[in-house]
Design a protein around this ligand. Structure first.
Ligand code: IFM
Length: 434
């Protein structure tokens, strides 16, 4: 990687990202059961039925991990707080040990000169709320607002930025329509409600944060570029439907106060009554938007009920997730988001990275290099990109795929829990440290 900080605009921030359940070790510190624990305990849902009970044991290795972030030269650390660690039953009493942990995390970052970027929900829903229907339940925005108040009253005076929910598509569609993530449903009505309640919960949390005086509030969405598998009109229409569900639904709700017609074709009968009235809350003004980007899909029409699409065979080069490496998609999302939805609002690449078990990892260095060049192209095209955060600081629990998909700049030995920085860590440190 032949970059220097001077190759990016003044004030451009570089960072790394993780999430609570993927690294902390959820079995410790009084955290409550989550729907990921029960999903993983159900045979067939997760590779080798692995769960996040120990993960990287970050809970007990906080200082060591924060030193590694400092030595990397990262400006920002994007982490998440676990709802079930803060409020083990989802509502009601807080867990003092959990609040203390996040307090120490934020103070530890500040003491090392690293800006704390918090996300309030990265998928570990307290089981007690899942038992009450989880994201399908119209009370979710209220429960989420209470949780937001509890955690941000404690740390929100010292965070650099805050975003309520990581990747609403995963929370809504992947988990309730595809059934690939907890709670593992395949139900169109649950999907419609979850997708809407996620956005409404986001809006409520933004309002709570504003009330507490928390600064620099944003939303983090994940996007996949959709390319039609052929020029046939039905494949083109299928790829537009995929794009609408995956990408435009959330941007539309957040920044235009509307959902795309192609999504309403399938979901409208299942949305909660009065959904149109919720956009005032959903559109609570933001200070930035985050783009998580990894890959693109080739999409073909299939006969059958809405949404009538299927993924066409992937073409190389691929990562260990079997995701195509397609840096142009990052450039195109950054420019399209600004052009069609957010204008001058700062955009951060809040996640980008690759799964690769190779060590040393020249493939990861090449991946990051190509995506950073895509960011430079977007900047040259006028997109107001203000930062770029790598997923992930260290190898961790890759959800339904367990521990063998390695996204880290730091290798983790899951037997000894030893951390070993990879070549990609050193390559980034070389220019991030200045
Ligand atoms: O590991 C995940 C993360 O939790 C959310 N964004 C994508 C990453 C890689 O799949």
């Amino acid at each position: 990687m032949n970059f220097t900080r001077a190759d990016f605009p003044d004030g451009f921030r570089f960072g790394v990202a993780t999430s609570a359940y993927q690294i902390e070790g959820h079995g410790q510190g009084g955290a409550g059961l989550t729907h990921w624990d029960s999903f993983a305990a159900t045979p067939g849902n997760v590779a080798r039925a692995e769960n996040g009970a120990r993960a990287c044991d970050h809970y007990n290795r906080l200082d060591e991990d924060l030193d590694l972030i400092r030595d990397l030269g990262a400006d920002v650390y994007r982490f998440s707080t676990s709802w079930a660690r803060v409020m083990p039953d989802g509502t009601g009493a807080a867990n003092p040990e959990g609040l203390d942990f996040y307090d120490r995390l934020v103070d530890g970052l500040l003491a090392r000169g690293i800006a704390p970027a918090v996300t309030l929900y990265h998928w570990e829903l307290p089981q007690a709320l899942a038992d009450r229907g989880g994201w399908r339940n119209a009370d979710m925005p209220n429960w989420f607002a209470d949780y937001t108040e509890t955690i941000m009253a404690r740390i929100g005076d010292r965070t650099w930025s805050a975003a309520p929910i990581n990747e609403p598509w995963c929370v809504g569609w992947l988990s309730h329509f595809d059934g690939h993530h907890a709670p593992g449903l395949r139900d169109i009505r649950a999907t419609a409600r979850a997708m809407h309640h996620v956005l409404l919960s986001h809006g409520r949390a933004i309002q709570v944060c504003k009330g507490l005086g928390v600064q620099n509030l944003g939303a983090v969405c994940n996007f996949e570029w959709a390319t039609a598998a052929s020029d046939a009109p039905e494949d083109v229409a299928a790829s537009e439907r995929y794009d609408a569900i995956y990408n435009r639904f959330f941007l539309g709700g957040l920044f235009r106060g509307e959902y795309p017609a192609e999504v309403l074709d399938g979901l409208e009968p299942h949305l909660p009554q009065g959904w149109q009235d919720d956009f005032t809350t959903i559109q609570s003004p933001l200070d930035w938007v985050g783009v998580n980007y990894y890959t693109r899909k080739r999409i073909a029409h299939v006969d059958g009920p809405w949404p009538n699409y299927a993924e066409a065979p992937t073409q190389g080069p691929l990562t260990d997730m079997e995701w195509e490496i397609h840096p142009d998609g990052l450039r195109d999302f950054l420019t399209r988001t600004a052009r069609e939805y957010t204008g001058d609002l700062p955009i951060y690449v809040t996640e980008n990275g690759m799964a690769s078990a190779t060590t040393p990892d020249p493939d990861r260095i090449d991946f990051l290099d190509r995506h950073l060049r895509a960011v430079q192209q977007a900047l040259a095209d006028g997109a107001p990109v203000h930062g770029y955060f790598v997923w992930s600081l260290m190898d961790n629990y890759e959800w339904a795929l367990g521990y063998d998909k390695r996204f880290g700049l730091i290798h983790v030995d899951f037997d000894t829990l030893a951390r070993t920085p990879k070549a990609s860590y050193h390559a980034l440190a070389k220019w991030w440290r200045g």
